[in-house]
Ligand binder design. Structure first.
Ligand SMILES: Cc1ncc(COP(=O)(O)O)c(C=O)c1O
Length: 382
């Protein structure tokens, strides 16, 4: 048996999505900015997908900017707001547990002369709302806080954060990458200004995403060129992948409720399975403010690198945290923010599941971990 349990890193493209992409690639290849009929045909598919995506996310089609993925969406939102509002103030806020496509942008802006407040989190990974309140000053122009953390699955109290920011003319950007397909998104109803997403986390292809921007919010743009995306993002639109993203999103939304029940069952099954075999472990994150698809566990008997290698040998593919840093030996900045310099930062594994994950796969994972633990105990007794 082979078990892929790293769906928070990326998901396989759904067959219906591949079909859609192939159709557009070969039959509707026109450049949507060309004015002849082949171009207009491409434009038709682009416009249709924009409307579909907007409807599925409760947004207006004009609020959707297509990008190459969430890294670009996060860069566009954060640099775009901070630089556009520089004359109003040079203080911006984020949390310590953001994805590197947010944190590294804030660090870059710090080098440009912005002052950044990095808000701490508690041991469940929830941002400290009092600290956020204290951090705001008349110079603050932007707050960027993610909706669902990609390493531990914690869901941030978006509405409470928005309440703190209310009537202060502070733009609120949300990296919602890990929330799409797991939580209903009604962009126009939500008290936020910008939202980042990417298709490859919900059955779409890599290299395509979107930034939703509320009407009236102005951004400084840094990709110069043509006038695509209402002059907000230059470059010929990737129509086949945009259409693929629309169909992936439709499928993800349609099955969201049943998937969430399935994912919560899997999470519980993994935890109960480990408990029944008396394997020592602790949950990193929250059991309440969480999505079902991510479970991060601390195994106090083994270093994460060894655990990942042994699991890989058992054909179980998981990770220690964000895929973008998985190749590095640096400890997870998310777990460090939650637990400080504790050994659990180096002894934790992220399991992430999808609608494709089965109960048999969870049993297989539990069995494999049990064998690893028994081996560890034997070695300890030798
Ligand atoms: C929370 C979060 N933000 C941003 C990204 C970056 O997305 P992309 O791979 O589309 O650049 C990821 C994915 O790795 C993520 O999990």
């Amino acid at each position: 048996m082979k078990v892929y349990a790293d769906y928070a890193a990326t998901t396989p493209v759904k067959p219906i999505v591949t079909e859609k992409i192939t159709e557009i690639l070969s039959e509707h290849y026109g450049n949507p900015s060309s004015i002849h009929s082949i171009g207009r045909d491409g434009r038709k598919y682009l416009d249709q997908s924009r409307r579909e995506i907007a409807t599925l996310l409760g947004a207006n089609p004009n609020e959707v900017i297509f990008t190459s993925g969430a890294t670009e969406s996060n860069n566009t939102a954060i640099k775009g707001i901070a630089r556009k509002r520089k004359h109003l103030g040079k203080h911006i806020i984020t949390s310590r547990i953001e994805h590197h496509s947010v944190l590294h942008v804030f660090e870059e802006l710090e080098r440009e002369g912005f002052e950044v407040s990095y808000i701490n989190v508690n041991d469940e990974g929830l941002v400290d709302l009092d600290e956020l309140k204290q951090a705001i000053n008349p110079e603050t122009t932007l707050v960027s806080i993610m909706l669902v953390n990609n390493e531990v699955g914690t869901v941030q109290p978006l509405y409470e954060i928005a309440e703190i920011l209310e009537e202060q003319n502070i733009a609120f950007h949300v990296d919602a990458v890990q929330a799409i397909g797991h939580m209903p998104i009604e962009f126009d109803e939500m008290p936020i200004d910008l939202l980042s997403m990417t298709a490859h986390k919900f059955g779409g292809p890599k290299g395509i995403g979107a930034l939703l921007v509320k009407k009236g919010i102005q951004l400084d743009t840094f990709i110069q060129g043509g006038e695509q995306e209402l002059k907000r993002r230059a470059g010929t639109e990737n129509v086949p992948y945009i259409c693929g993203m629309a169909s992936a999103l439709a499928v993800a939304n349609e099955h969201m409720d049943e998937n969430n029940v399935h994912l919560m069952n899997l999470k519980e099954k993994l935890i109960v399975g480990l408990q029944q075999h008396a394997i020592p472990f602790e949950l990193n994150g929250s059991m309440v403010d969480t999505t079902g698809h991510i479970t991060n566990l601390y195994f106090p008997f083994i270093e994460v690198e060894t655990m990942l290698t042994l699991l890989d040998m058992a054909n179980i593919y998981v990770s220690s945290g964000s895929a973008c840093t998985a190749g590095s030996t640096l400890p997870s900045h998310v777990l460090e923010a939650m637990y400080g310099e504790h050994e659990r930062v180096k002894q934790s594994v992220r399991f992430s599941f999808s609608d494709l994950t089965t109960e048999e796969e969870i049993n297989y994972i539990v069995d494999a971990i049990m064998k690893i633990y028994n081996q560890f105990k034997e070695e300890e007794n030798e």
